[in-house]
Unconditional design. Structure first.
Length: 345
């Protein structure tokens, strides 16, 4: 039976990725009291993958105690290795020293190149991580669950052909068209808007969009119409076509009774990406920046990335862009999303 010892830290992916890639029969989690909740989350996830899990408490900085625990594990477990990616530096250094002195393998996950290499015995060969980490497992490792109450994919499927047929050249025209519609008072019984061969029609019970150039149209019930959905749905369809590992739209996530909404979540190469879509750029200022940045830290950790998607980067103020940069939030539009996606490690 193979056993992998993992040092628990707040960055859950440091252990999730090596375990799911290496597929040990058993995992031993060494965690401090401060990281007990992360250890509990990992235990739930690994048990669901049919991996036996045990847990031992250690001190983050008392190296004598850490050494005793590691010596005991090495003495009782036959085929045992150490994942030294997580934990504090004293935990990692002490555990490495014990495992090395007993000739046991020590591995480390390197997130930039997304591979696992051997610290001991030192080898040039490495394991390329090829697992596709889904959103539920990623969130679960941080203690979150998805509580989506509606199936937004049904909403998107109803306008898939209409949105995917809009060319890059006409995208700006469509966004301007949507912006023009947003200035209309929707309590008026009937509305007709035409521009650049796009048509928007509101009647008492439904909304209709038409693209005369492509001879496409779709209609939706008036009660289900939200202008803000357009940018979200356009971006979802674009990302879906770019071969994500997993992608979900209009996500309601919950932890400790507190719920948050994230417009789009996708995973690629074991990293999570959170996107907040803002059709009205002025509403994408401070609160959105702080919210998406905080959620990234809490639900995706250092391996995650936060984005704010806007109709046009050229319309963003310098103050807004600088604040996003300081908060480690990337600002994207439809023109830049493909380049950013293709450069993801």
């Amino acid at each position: 039976m193979s056993t992998l010892v993992c040092l628990v830290s707040h960055q859950a992916m440091a252990n999730v990725i090596p375990v799911l890639q290496m597929k040990p029969n058993k995992v031993i989690l060494l965690s401090t009291e401060q990281e007990a909740s992360i250890a509990s989350n990992l235990k739930v996830l690994f048990n669901e993958k049919n991996i036996e899990v045990s847990e031992q408490r250690i001190s983050a900085y008392k190296t004598v105690t850490i050494r005793k625990v590691c010596e005991s594990i090495v003495a009782t477990e036959q085929d045992v290795s150490l994942n030294a990616t997580g934990g504090t530096k004293p935990m990692a250094i002490t555990a490495f020293d014990v495992f090395r002195s007993h000739g046991k393998k020590v591995v480390y996950y390197e997130p930039v190149q997304n591979h696992i290499f051997y610290l001991y015995p030192a080898e040039e060969n490495f394991l390329t991580v090829d697992i596709k980490l889904n959103i539920e497992d990623y969130l679960k490792s941080y203690g979150y669950e998805i509580i989506n109450k509606i199936n937004s994919k049904i909403r998107i499927e109803s306008k898939r052909k209409f949105l995917t047929d809009i060319s890059k050249d006409r995208y700006d025209d469509f966004i301007k068209f949507i912006s023009k519609i947003s200035k209309k008072k929707f309590d008026i019984p009937n509305i007709d808007v035409k521009e650049k061969q796009f048509t928007f029609q509101k009647r008492s019970d439904k909304i209709m969009y038409k693209d005369s150039l492509q001879n496409n149209s779709f209609d939706i019930p008036l009660s289900g119409h939200k202008l803000g959905d357009m940018l979200e749905d356009l971006l979802f369809l674009k990302l879906e076509s770019l071969d994500t590992d997993d992608i979900k739209v209009e996500n309601h996530i919950k932890k400790n009774g507190i719920s948050n909404e994230i417009d789009i979540i996708f995973t690629k190469n074991c990293k999570m990406h959170l996107i907040s879509c803002k059709l009205n750029i002025r509403k994408a200022e401070n609160p959105t920046v702080y919210e998406i940045s905080s959620l990234k830290d809490l639900a995706a950790g250092t391996f995650g990335t936060a984005y704010i998607a806007v109709p046009d980067l050229k319309q963003c103020s310098e103050n807004f862009l600088e604040r996003c940069k300081l908060m480690n939030v990337k600002v994207i539009d439809m023109e830049s999303v493909e380049n950013i996606f293709n450069n993801l490690s």
